[in-house]
Ligand binder design. Sequence first.
Ligand code: F3S
Length: 389
Amino acid sequence: MYLNREEESILQGERGPGLQKAMELLVALGKVYEADGLVPISSAHLSGASYKTIGEGGIAFLEDISRDVKVKVPSTLNPLGMDRERWSEMHVPEHFASRQLKIIDLYARMGVRTSCSCTPYTGENVPRFGDHVAWAESSALSFVNSMIGARTNREGGPGALAAALVGKTANYGLHMTENRRPTVIIEAQIEEDPFQYTLLGQAVGKAIGNGIPFFRGIRPDLECAKTLAAAMAASGAVAMFHVEGLTPEAVSQDVDGLERVSIGRDELRVAHDSLQQIEEPELLAFGCPHLTVKEMKEMAEFLRDKRKTKDVDIWFCTSREVREACPDEVAVLERFGPVLADTCMVVAPIETHYKNSGSNSAKAANYLPTLCSQKVRCDSFQRLMEAVL
Ligand code: F3S
């Protein structure tokens, strides 16, 4: 792996131990994946923000590395284990809250923007076509690879942080044009409905693992694309997709001779069945990935004249930016449950309080059983809500 003189000097520790550690990590990753060198990045998005996922070991790592370094490129941070202000409404224990606040401080010390959303591409951190970036958060990196045409691998938290600190990442995988071509054609027959997109993602991820699908027959808007990306990344390990006639790198000639997989009503039913374990959740959580303004408006519209009659907790998870942008919708939704920022149902310690939860997101329904010890129900927003009205 080629390093120029400056990169070599960082590796030798001439710019301080924090940067040296970051460079060591990038070089180690580069060697594993046979990168030819480093490539400059224009932004980073970091995961590893929740105390639940990184624990004391993660805090020790961040304390150590943050002593003498700052990020070199605009860098945003994934959701935390709690809403910074409203954590007690989430039943988050006090000790957890204080350690979580410590983690935010450590990232802020390095110059990371602590807006803590998994959809930074809707506002705060929007790459351009062709940009090399280092993004963790599987749904977000798939979205920017696919819908924008930025270039990132499926980074882990430490790798993305190292890249942010150095301003470069190892050049391999999806940074190279030849690795971004589709590997399978998906002939999709679905309705243009967000819940159908999450089931489509569930089915495709299961069917193709870490392939790159080329979709025919769909036209997702931003909300459906984020849902699709999230579900495919969770049920499989899809980091990029193409949509014929829509995504910037979808070239029809690239798919000549590729295997075709059809996904229609039967496959969606199987996908749906695979995500049902219970009928009556104690917690309904929406916003995986974080809700957009459009989704907040649609949910508020649906709920405007309704009332909750069942004793079920409801969370709406979004970014701070979106929460502030739609006060009227927040007022409607808050009659049903808190509109939480900074966090989500998967990275919050919900298992301390709930055992059964429901979501309209296949990504959440994949992770809630494994990361939060939940039994789940996955259904559309309307059907989940109708059960508690
Ligand atoms: Fe975002 Fe949490 Fe889902 S980070 S994509 S809301 S699991």
